[in-house]
Design a protein around this ligand. Structure first.
Ligand code: MRU
Length: 353
């Protein structure tokens, strides 16, 4: 299953808000609809958002009325602004938009046909790099998993969230193929239930023994020594290794430290933001209060109650045992390990223009 695809000049994606009850594929040739789909979490997960945004820019510059390189650059810039305002935390979005902008700029002396061809090539490259990164993350990460392990994971980090087999989830599926996984505890992941709806659905398809828990059950499980390792994804990793991921991740890291359980973060290097020194600088998205007060469109909270709804939290690097990337397993000190990756400057995020 592919989360987002470029097919014959259109973008096709699975509407993740309707899973697992309905498998609805949407198709569009309007980049603003892709921006809307990202905002509404029809397309979600840091790497998948980056890939979708790159494809969306192709839609933005397809207009037959664009005749000059200058006009194309302007259209691209407008679309980059719209897309960069969809979700602030996942840095893969900005990394992908910047890469596309750079390609456009470096071919601005040519013609629209040439620029479009290079943009398509770059978008496909962003997608393909993620497929390969997921595969390697799975391989590197599975080597850390002992036979007979029970893994605890949070949110959704699988094929739905990436262009490939996933990040944290690729480690789980790879280790499962090596017969190392006894069970996977999946946090339901309030408020939008990415664990209950998406991760359980994906892992069951892989034939993995899945046990769904409420988010507040994790501490009790670790106290009973029933968790061998926690593996989570990331939306943005600062230069010092501080990691933003789905809200609730920090609590898991604190619990893991208390119970001496290894806490692994899995992410492609496109999620590392060298321009962000530490976690305190990571912008944390605030979501609509209805996502907390309502479940399945039905109000569950008292009328008049106030809501605080950050979509993400930040785990300090001191609580992370290792960060698994396609380039290998990073161990503390993360600042040195990340600097040692020698990431290109195109992987430094820049916000909206
Ligand atoms: O709000 P979401 O569902 O987009 O949040 C997703 C996560 O927090 C994932 O853990 C993260 O993007 C990594 S996905 C490989």
């Amino acid at each position: 299953m592919t989360s987002v695809e470029w097919v014959a000049g259109k973008i096709r994606f699975i509407d993740q808000t309707r899973l697992p009850c309905e498998e609805v594929i949407e198709e569009t040739s309007d980049y603003t609809e892709v921006a809307d789909a990202i905002k509404k979490l029809k397309i979600r997960g840091a790497p998948a958002i980056g890939v979708a945004a790159a494809f969306a820019l192709l839609l933005a510059v397809e207009d037959k009325r664009i005749l000059s390189a200058k006009d194309l650059e302007e259209e691209l810039s407008t679309a980059i602004n719209v897309l960069s305002q969809t979700r602030p935390t996942a840095v893969n979005l900005f990394t992908a938009l910047n890469r596309m902008r750079r390609v456009c700029q470096s071919f601005s002396h040519t013609d629209v046909v040439t620029i479009r061809l290079h943009l398509i090539e770059e978008a496909r490259c962003i997608q393909q790099e993620d497929v390969e990164a997921c595969r390697k993350i799975g391989e590197h990460g599975a080597a850390l998993i002992a036979p007979g392990s029970s893994i605890l994971t949070h949110c959704n980090t699988g094929a739905l969230a990436t262009a490939g087999e996933g990040t944290a989830q690729s480690i789980i599926t790879t280790a499962a193929r090596q017969n190392k996984i006894v069970r996977v505890f999946v946090d339901e992941t309030r408020p939008l239930f990415q664990g209950a709806r998406l991760t359980s659905w994906e892992l069951i398809k892989h034939g993995i023994n899945v046990v769904l828990i409420t988010d507040s059950t994790a501490g009790y499980l670790m106290q009973q020594r029933r968790v061998s390792a926690v593996i989570v994804g990331a939306d943005r990793i600062a230069a010092n290794g501080d990691t933003a991921n789905k809200v609730g991740t920090y609590s898991l890291a604190v619990l893991a430290e208390r119970h001496a359980v290894p806490f692994y973060v899995a992410a492609p290097t496109s999620t590392i933001d060298l321009g962000t020194e530490s976690g305190s600088q990571i912008p944390v998205e605030q979501r609509n209060e209805e996502e907390v007060t309502h479940v399945g469109g039905k109000r569950i909270a008292a009328e008049g109650v106030k809501v605080y709804a950050p979509a993400f939290d930040v785990t300090p690097n001191q609580l992370i045992t290792a960060i698994v990337t396609e380039a290998g397993v990073l161990k503390p000190s993360f600042r040195e390990a990340i600097a040692g990756l020698r990431l290109q400057s195109s992987q430094q995020a820049v916000g909206p223009t």
